[in-house]
Design a protein around this ligand. Structure first.
Ligand code: DGT
Ligand code: MG
Ligand code: MG
Ligand code: MG
Ligand code: MG
Length: 269
């Protein structure tokens, strides 16, 4: 087909390929969720509905994009790890980011009512996205450890902060003052001695965030077939290996997770 004289504008598009053989992590984060969580009356410090909704959205992203081998989420953010061998959309960064962000955003609206049956969505939420490449498995593990450590630090702080405000009647400024310069041991001690809360008994999803991996399950179904050497049709059992997403609230910082789940980073599947 003859080209139009306008075709040359294509040359303004620049390549944005993610470097081969690197783990590509797309992190999405809610836009101004400080405001969104206030307006939609999220409970503090953690809103179970909001976290479960984010997990559902992240599972949808993984169902749609098979080259994602693991996802990790906490607060209003989720990180999606594209396998280093992925060649999805020729590894174009813009495809990685925009497809993840749009699939997650539309899912957030699509599933909202399921998790917030009594709360109307007041305005459409937005999410930002970025992709970062990690050349070694150790870099990738350290990235995930960084996000999980962030979850832990924020959650410990928020748990004590809101206990002081909600149960002791301190103003936010007073609570902030009280916690200024405290180490994590001291925060644990305040929770234990003043609120009878053992931080380690707080829900694992709040303390550790959520990890999504794929589980292989054998799915047995019945099928009616006609074998060539038989006169009648017969019902036979067929076994299919299906991959399902599963949400965990485990530690990613120690080696145990990686020893228990070698399939996550392996090149098979
Ligand atoms: P950004 O990301 O720069 O557009 O701005 P924000 O406001 O989204 O800031 P970010 O992402 O650093 O912090 C997340 C905000 O979302 C933070 O203000 C607390 C809120 N948030 C997230 N999860 C929950 C929750 O479960 N309960 C409540 N009450 N707030 C939450
Ligand atoms: Mg932010
Ligand atoms: Mg945010
Ligand atoms: Mg955030
Ligand atoms: Mg198109």
């Amino acid at each position: 087909m003859a080209k139009s004289k306008f075709e040359y504008v294509r040359d303004f598009e620049v390549p944005d390929t993610c470097l081969p053989n690197c783990w590509a992590v797309v992190r999405v984060d809610g836009r101004n969720f400080h405001r969104f969580s206030e307006q939609h009356k999220f409970t503090k410090p953690n809103d179970l509905r909001a976290l479960l909704l984010m997990n559902r959205c992240a599972e949808t992203v993984m169902e749609e994009i098979k080259d994602i081998c693991l996802a990790y989420g906490q607060s209003d953010e989720y990180s999606f790890v594209f396998h280093k061998k992925s060649n999805w959309y020729k590894r174009r960064a813009s495809k990685f980011i925009t497809h993840v962000v749009s699939q997650l955003s539309s899912s957030y609206v699509f599933y909202w009512n399921k998790f917030f049956p009594d709360q109307t969505m007041l305005y459409p939420p937005g999410f930002d996205g970025r992709v970062v490449l990690y050349p070694s498995v150790q870099n990738l593990k350290d990235y995930l450890s960084w996000r999980q450590a962030d979850c832990h630090i924020n959650n410990l702080y928020n748990t004590v902060f809101w206990a002081l405000v909600q149960q002791k009647g301190l103003t936010p400024a007073q609570a902030q003052d009280r916690l200024k310069g405290t180490l994590s041991g001291e925060k644990n001690e305040i929770l234990y001695s003043e609120f009878n809360i053992n931080y380690n008994n707080e829900p694992a999803m709040y303390r550790k965030g959520s990890v999504i991996v794929r589980n292989k399950v054998n799915e047995i179904s019945k099928k009616i077939i006609k074998l060539p050497d038989r006169a009648e049709q017969e019902e036979v059992e067929v076994c299919r290996v299906r991959s399902q997403t599963v949400v965990l609230h485990c530690d990613l910082i120690s080696d145990a997770f990686w020893v228990d789940h070698p399939e996550v980073l392996s090149c098979e599947s």
